[in-house]
Design a protein around this ligand. Structure first.
Ligand code: SME
Length: 125
């Protein structure tokens, strides 16, 4: 999973922090990632962009994180973010989270790619 993170970060523009969160005991726990270390190793459902995506069971695509009230900042350099849930048997078991230093870095094409990756990764979780 860390290799997937590394590949995405290397190959795709503006993928500055790429990581997985995994659901453990009802919360999101930081899994493999590449990029700067983050303080947000444990996130409750509903908390921040990651927690909201898990709670609502849907992708969150945020063009400008500075406009968000319910947001957990890892670094002031981060400007946009996408969080894609990983589903197994109809339940959220984790997420792919990408941060970018560029505003509006993500669109539907990124969502489609990350949905495909999520569908593959669920097989090894
Ligand atoms: N920004 C996220 C927290 C995780 S970091 O991006 C790695 C959030 O608001 O949930």
């Amino acid at each position: 999973m860390k290799e997937i993170c590394g590949l995405l970060r290397e190959e795709l523009e503006g993928y500055d922090w790429v990581g997985f969160y995994l659901v453990e005991n009802g919360e999101l726990v930081l899994g493999p990632y590449v990029g700067e270390p983050t303080d947000h190793t444990n996130i409750d459902f509903g908390e921040g962009i990651c927690g909201q995506a898990a709670d609502r069971e849907e992708t969150f695509l945020v063009d400008d994180v500075d406009q968000e009230n319910n947001y957990l900042s890892c670094s002031s350099k981060v400007k946009s973010e996408i969080v894609v849930p990983i589903f197994k048997d109809g339940k959220v078991i984790g997420e792919i989270d990408i941060d970018s230093h560029k505003k509006s870095n993500f669109d539907e094409e990124d969502k489609d790619l990350l949905d495909e990756i999520a569908a593959l990764v669920k097989k090894i979780l």
